[in-house]
Write a protein that binds this ligand. Sequence first.
Ligand code: PLP
Length: 451
Amino acid sequence: MTHAAPDPHGTAGTSVSRALYDRARHVIPGGVSSPVRAFNAVGGTPRFIRSAAGAWLTDVDGREYVDLICSWGPMLLGHAHPEVQAAVTEAISRGTSYGAPTVPEVELAEEIVARTPVDRVRFVSSGTEAAMSSIRLARGYTGRDVVVKFAGCYHGHVDALLASAGSGLATFAVPGTPGVPESATALTLVLPYNDRAAVEAVFAEHGDRIACLVTEAAPGNMGVVPPEPGFNGFLAEICRRNGALFITDEVMTGFRAGKQGYWGIDGATEGWTPDLMIFGKVMGGGFPAAAFGGRADVMSHLAPEGPVYQAGTLSGNPIATTAGLATLRLATDEVYDHLTSAGDTIKAAVVESLAAAGVPHVVQSAGTMFSVFFTEGPVRDFADASRTDSAAYAAYFHAMLDAGVYLPPSAYEAWFLSAAHDDRAIQTILDALPAAAAAAAAAQSQTKETR
Ligand code: PLP
């Protein structure tokens, strides 16, 4: 009997990906166009993807995977949805960019205004740009300079928002990466998430300087950490009392956590309204499109109506807005019902298999979004999330990948489903879970032994 060689990083059968990775690293830093794709957190070779259809990815070695990333959120309907493809193909036949206003951008703006509490939107090309522009607008509108954010919330790689907390709660932040000067984060305050006392303390001390508080409507970038009941409403109210703008980032949750984003789950029922919202991912239908929007009187401060400058060569691009519009029009109640029931099935099986293997875990959800932490819960903030056992996750990730399931290559990410995750895709996931849980358990006992 022959035994397969140990393959801790699951690189068997990945020779074309490996060769491409070597080529890529010569010409692209780390071989990837965005860091998390490189598998640095889990080890091994990133899979280069040749094509995708429905819930499935096919890599350049011809291996198929059930996709639980969905392009990190955008592909709500699954890949290569025929109606989205048809709309895009038709749009491309009429040219790809005019640098002048178009019908689809007006229609997409109307669709977003109809689904959310915003009065007006401005299109940009990435969530980063949307976050950057929204804080500029908040500063321009209020005439104030300080921005408040939460540790573990990601709003793209905006200099002022790539900040980690300083030593005390109410100290100004230090840069989170080389390349961001201290002056860029000197006006950013970083607080622990879900911590009302910390929020009250900064408003008590700096209230008259705070232009805005920006938060993910339900954080998904430290894994899914939902706001505690009433937390968003509390934030909206303290901002209102202090004359600061309340900005909710729905780049990840927008049109995914629910039909109206996370606002439709929490804001619509609890009665809070953001002054500005940030959108991206699903609303671009897999193309580079994002937006920020909000109260008409705030948005009217934007150029050309108002004095706050903001612009973009490809903003509101007709192909991207066509794809986004087609996606949102197809994102019906049935889609969200499907995400809920498919998610429930997967979450239950994840919990059962990890419990059977004796791996500490907690699964947390925000609407249809969920993630799995390899630590005991609840996870309320970034400090809690940081306790997740990333070595156990790496083993789990590779066992799933070997079984044909593509999880996010990082322990701190949401698992994304789509309308195209049918019974076959879900069964593939369920079948893979017990061995992955066993791999995570083995990694944990190995860690204990080597301590
Ligand atoms: N805001 C949130 C909540 C996000 O999850 C992301 C990206 O993941 C961004 C902003 C940045 O968006 P983009 O990657 O399009 O710049």
